[in-house]
Design a protein around this ligand. Structure first.
Ligand SMILES: [Fe+2]
Length: 263
């Protein structure tokens, strides 16, 4: 069985078929790893992994990253069940990168789709391309600039008074590909300001960079199917979870892999 790699859009993403993640040879893993670096996000249709198989596949990518404010499975403390909290509580219905308020945000996420409603697509943007498309003047201006990243949305969801926050460069260099990407999340609550500047001074630029990143020709939108495994590089993409499925059940398991300090 020869693995097939099919690009999903002009911007990012590839589907990989003719492979079983539950029974993967090292040579196949190496091919997947290269495709992951090339395409930033991968879809493996029809895998239907058990929880143990999901964990075993994720272990090949590194050690697990655990986020605050969310509840993992008692039986598998690295597996975060994502379910329908209602549109009002859908804190991920905006463009963001996961857990950027951590000193070492997760490098990548691996999701296993267990029950998919009608709707509930996820979109990704290619943040290498967002950086590459900036003018040389803006690239020079942003060199060395850091922004504050906060967990305000998640903290408010659980009613916590403690809001974790840290500073990261808004242009980061990928530790494996050595490519530069624009590192952002939603301005205001998740990225309130640039370092050394007020929110009022920072937000016009942050809003510009945010809108610049999410142009339609820089995206892939995934229509989930039961059994899909989807993984993405949290260091060079943004994503957006569309909540258009009302009260329907949606259950997806997420495992995050530890990353390094963004530089
Ligand atoms: Fe997310």
């Amino acid at each position: 069985m020869d693995m097939k790699i099919l690009p999903l859009s002009g911007a990012l993403g590839a589907a990989i078929t003719e492979v079983r993640l539950a029974d993967l040879a090292q040579t196949e893993f190496n091919q997947i790893h290269q495709a992951f670096l090339d395409y930033c996000m991968l879809v493996f249709p029809g895998q239907f992994l058990s929880i143990d198989q999901h964990v075993a596949y994720a272990e090949r990518w590194g050690s697990f990253s655990i986020s605050p404010f969310v509840s993992y499975l008692d039986s598998h403390p690295c597996v975060l069940p994502l379910f329908n909290r209602g549109k009002d509580n859908a804190v991920t219905e905006n463009w963001h990168t996961d857990s950027a308020f951590l000193t070492e945000p997760p490098a990548l996420n691996i999701l296993s789709a267990r029950q998919i409603p009608v709707g509930g697509d996820t979109m990704w943007s290619n943040q290498y391309q967002s950086y590459d498309r900036l003018s040389e003047g803006m690239k020079t201006f942003l060199h060395g600039v850091r922004a504050e990243f906060t967990g305000a949305r998640l903290a408010s969801l659980v009613g916590s008074d403690t809001v974790p926050a840290t500073f990261h460069p808004i242009v980061r260099t990928h530790p494996e590909t050595d490519r530069k990407s624009l590192y952002l999340s939603k301005p205001e609550d998740s990225v309130p300001r640039l370092e050394g500047m007020t929110p009022a001074e920072s937000l016009p630029l942050l809003h510009y960079l945010y809108q610049h990143s999410i142009q339609p020709d820089n995206l892939y939108r995934h229509h989930w199917q039961n059994g899909d495994v989807v993984m993405w590089d949290n260091r060079c993409t943004l994503h957006y979870a569309v909540h258009d499925y009302g009260e329907q059940t949606r259950e997806i398991h997420r495992i995050s892999i530890k990353g390094s300090i963004p530089r």
